[in-house]
Design a protein around this ligand. Sequence first.
Ligand code: NAD
Ligand code: WQD
Length: 335
Amino acid sequence: MKILVTGGLGYIGSHVVVELQNEGFEVVIIDNLSNSSIDVLKGITAITKKQPIFEKLDLRDKALVIDFFNSHQDISGIIHFAASKAVGESVEKPLLYYENNLNPLIYILQELQYKASSYFIFSSSCTVYGQSDALPITESAPIKQAESPYGNTKQIGEEIIRDTCKASANINAIALRYFNPIGAHDSIKIGELPIGTPQNLVPFITQTAIGKREELSVFGNDYPTEDGTCIRDYIHVVDLAKAHVSALKRLIEGNNTQNFEVFNIGTGKGYSVLEVINAFEDVSGKTLNYKIVGRREGDVIAAYADTTKANSILGWKAKLSLKEALSAAWKWENK
Ligand code: NAD
Ligand code: WQD
């Protein structure tokens, strides 16, 4: 079966392409290389011994999207990663985020409306929950006012898919709400490539440990948690990638009970920032230079997933530990 992976040279997309090819799917990648490198294609090919088809294309160009689907009529499934993802940048440039995260989504769904049947998987985010009143967070937790334009694009994206699925029974879709993906493939041939200063904790930790950054700022230690720092659910990117294959198979096998479903994808365990630092120091043997600074605007105190739905319905469970993910991130940084 031929699967289109948009943003397939990006961090999560590249790991998903590997898992799809390992499972025998034929993969076509679309990426405009706005936040990735063509070298990732070599990494994927080296791991799987199979080169996916690659088309450099900007999905904001509707005519190109139409042409693409016309010339690839045998595509049966789409995993849609392509988007802009920097929360801070989305506050500065909201229209860029609304355009890039929503227009391609609409153009792709418009093409799927004409197909006899299609399977669609959307990269959503735990950010749609904001600070949930109850922990762990279940899929039925209320969606609160988004903290950023980026977060809003994920909320609106889910609504667009929900409405489209209501109107088009031929489209079967799943939104996966990722918690915090970290780590790299254990071959260390693909991993995260943050451009500029990393916004996320783990790449900032590894860049500090290797000497690219002077010190890590820990944003606040006065939160109502055990050690005062925020709690998140850090999931190994390879576990996260495998969840996409499980979701896709659910749709292909027709096991979905509604034509739009939503699943949390996390480990179910929360770790504080200081716990992550300690675990990193353990696996790397390095002492991390860090200091406590003020809170970062928009941070929620704690977020970790209730993964019961994904575990029981998708038959998927995160298997890799925080230390395994940090060890892979550290090897990747060294490479
Ligand atoms: P990434 O930036 O590494 O990958 C996105 C890829 O899409 C990049 O290769 C980029 O070049 C490409 N792209 C962007 N706009 C495009 C366009 N208009 N046309 C074609 N290609 C385009 O990001 P990622 O971390 O792999 O995230 C993938 C998806 O998962 C995104 O939708 C993101 O919002 C979502 N997500 C990420 C996280 C995270 O922490 N990384 C968490 C939750 C959800
Ligand atoms: C984790 C923890 C920080 C950096 C973001 C997006 C979210 C989703 C996942 C896409 C927090 C602390 C961080 C640093 C620190 N992405 N931290 N010093 O904020 O949970 O979520 O990525 O959908 O939308 O907002 O992840 O890695 O930025 O932060 O102390 O230099 O580490 O305060 O507690 P976050 P993160």
